[in-house]
Design a protein around this ligand. Sequence first.
Ligand SMILES: Nc1nc2c(ncn2[C@@H]2O[C@H](COP(=O)(O)OP(=O)(O)O)[C@@H](O)[C@H]2O)c(=O)[nH]1
Ligand SMILES: [Mg+2]
Length: 230
Amino acid sequence: MSDSENKLITSIVIPAKDEAATIGGVLDDVIQYADEILVIDGHSKDQTRSIANSKGVRVVLDGGLGKGEAVRLALNEAKGDILVFIDADGSHEASDIPKLIAPLLANNADLVTASRPRGGSDEMTGDFDRFIRWLGQQIIMLAINYRFGVRLTDSQNGFRAIRRSIALKLDLKENTTTIEQEMLIKILRLGYRATEVPSHEYERGAGRSKISLKRAWLRYIYSWLRYLYF
Ligand SMILES: Nc1nc2c(ncn2[C@@H]2O[C@H](COP(=O)(O)OP(=O)(O)O)[C@@H](O)[C@H]2O)c(=O)[nH]1
Ligand SMILES: [Mg+2]
């Protein structure tokens, strides 16, 4: 979708690892909003790549380091002025893409995150793991809000839109999902504008989350403090 006034090109980037059950539906849902679609595949062992290929979209393999690396790769691979990141698991509401990119088209923001606390989430409650993730995200968000004098609600959602030229200036380093908080913190630290729109998060369509809290929690704390204060 091109904005006729600004003539900004929109690339939709879908990081995907073993999401054969849902990737086809996500591609069908996002196509109407995209000038370009890029699937960054994490060496899926299922049919994810062939399904994406059959839909005629470009598929790029990541280097096997994680979702963060996939996001970093996309910054150079995508052609668009605006990058929309959306997960391949069916958790996100594709019809929210226009309101996600609207603040960028209007030049009112440089990063727009889809907010689950504002839009509701089916994935943030229900068991102990989810409770810890919710609590962790609240604590991380609180510190970011106090540090930069903002009042945001979601530092972690992968459903977001950013101006590509600015994303390239952030010198993003994280290889895993910690890239979401790194991106937000660096945007604010460099004086760029972050905003949010409400968006509902659904249960992933199939399979399990690729995030293992047991393996990831230390990196979340390290990268949070590192980018926030040092
Ligand atoms: N390219 C790539 N995508 C990944 C990788 N790990 C996860 N993803 C994708 O990133 C998105 C978010 O992962 P998910 O497991 O749903 O995380 P959660 O929503 O936080 O539980 C999904 O579309 C995954 O398929 C990876 O190593 N490489
Ligand atoms: Mg998910």
